[in-house]
Design a protein. Structure first.
Length: 371
């Protein structure tokens, strides 16, 4: 039984406990979503658009500047002189092995100036040298065989002479009745045998001489092969790349160096049909490099293409319509380069000027040094 006092106490306790579900006593703040636009992305978009517009403006300004520069340059040239841009180049020569083998020594490196015939590398030739010694020994053996064959022939010639004399004597005696036919037949057989032996001895002498010739040719062959294993520079020039190193085994035709022939320096330019049609072989030209804008290098036209081709990307043209151009090669005089080979730099950009009318005088800046 619960007394009235206990019930009153329970009601008091219940009234003191907080009601977790009573919103009037404990209000919970409700987050309010902010739907207003954030200004940061808009600023970023505006910034990128300004960068793009600025870049396009620079490109347009650069293209317009290049065009006006080209146009002003052309306007400075008198009629009968045309120009085109290109890069100075020199003939590339690969120094390669003739036979498979191992590199023994290397005498030069990248950037070295070399002369024609200068040794740049050697291959291991121990096997060829051993074969050469064997061939030389065979030559001596063949010479001894020839001497022996000649002595044998001399002996057989004496035997033939004796056999012929005995045969002649027996024939005379048989006619007089002082010798029998049996002896005559024996002397005839001996004479025929001596002639056959002499002929065989002469053949052996010829065989020994041919063997000597073969052994001599072997000596010459191995001598040439050993010499070919010494790599030399074929022309005057500069070593551009060293492709292999000491100790490497290369196949036949393996590249060791790549060099530039400083005696064959040229620039290829591209001209449209109207201008290329006036260019003749041997026409005078001038080359002005970007690195040396105040120096005009005398040159001559050495090649004019017979077919047009698409304009390379590195070539600037007057208009976009000039898609098909003719390649023209302007070459510097080798005699002028003979004493200036160390100054040749392949790959330098520049402009080549071609004079199609010999009566036109070169402008002051393109006259070049006196010849």
């Amino acid at each position: 039984m619960v007394s009235p006092a206990d019930k009153t106490l329970e009601q008091q306790i219940e009234s003191d406990e907080p009601d977790l579900f009573d919103e009037t006593r404990h209000p919970v703040p409700i987050p309010v979503k902010n739907h207003l636009p954030v200004p940061a992305p808009v600023r970023r978009r505006l910034r990128w658009s300004r960068v793009v517009v600025f870049a396009l403006a620079l490109l347009i300004a650069g293209g317009a500047g290049s065009y006006y520069w080209w146009k002003s340059l052309q306007s400075q040239l008198p009629p009968g002189i045309f120009s085109g841009n290109g890069r100075i180049e020199a003939d590339k020569i690969d120094i390669s092995t003739k036979f498979a083998g191992r590199i023994a020594t290397i005498a030069v490196d990248e950037g070295y100036m070399v002369k024609a015939g200068q040794v740049v590398a050697t291959m291991d030739t121990r096997d060829l040298e051993a074969s050469l010694k064997k061939s030389k020994a065979q030559v001596e053996l063949s010479r001894r065989a020839i001497d022996e064959a000649k002595a044998n022939v001399a002996q057989l010639e004496g035997q033939e002479i004796l056999a012929q004399q005995e045969f002649d004597r027996a024939s005379a005696l048989v006619e007089k009745g002082f010798q029998t036919k049996e002896v005559l037949d024996q002397r005839r057989q001996q004479f025929e045998g001596a002639k056959a032996a002499l002929q065989a001895g002469q053949f052996r002498e010829m065989q020994a001489e041919h063997a000597l010739d073969a052994a001599t040719h072997d000596v010459e062959l191995y001598t040439v092969n050993i010499a070919d294993n010494t790599l030399v520079a074929p022309r005057d020039g500069r070593i551009q790349y060293r492709i292999a190193n000491v100790g490497e085994v290369l196949p036949a035709g393996g590249k060791v160096f790549a060099m530039l022939d400083t005696g064959y320096v040229y620039m290829d330019i591209y001209l449209p049909t109207q201008e290329a049609g006036r260019v003749k072989f041997g026409a005078e030209a001038r080359i002005v490099l970007d690195a040396y804008p105040n120096i005009a290098i005398p040159a001559n036209v050495s090649f004019v293409a017979t077919q047009a081709q698409f304009t390379p990307k590195t070539v600037e043209t007057k208009t976009e319509r000039d898609k098909l151009m003719f390649r023209i090669r302007v070459r510097i005089d080798p005699e002028r380069l003979r004493s200036r080979g160390d100054a040749v730099r392949s790959g330098l950009p520049g402009v080549a000027y071609i004079r199609t009318d010999p009566t036109v005088t070169w402008p002051e800046r393109l006259r070049g040094p006196p010849t």
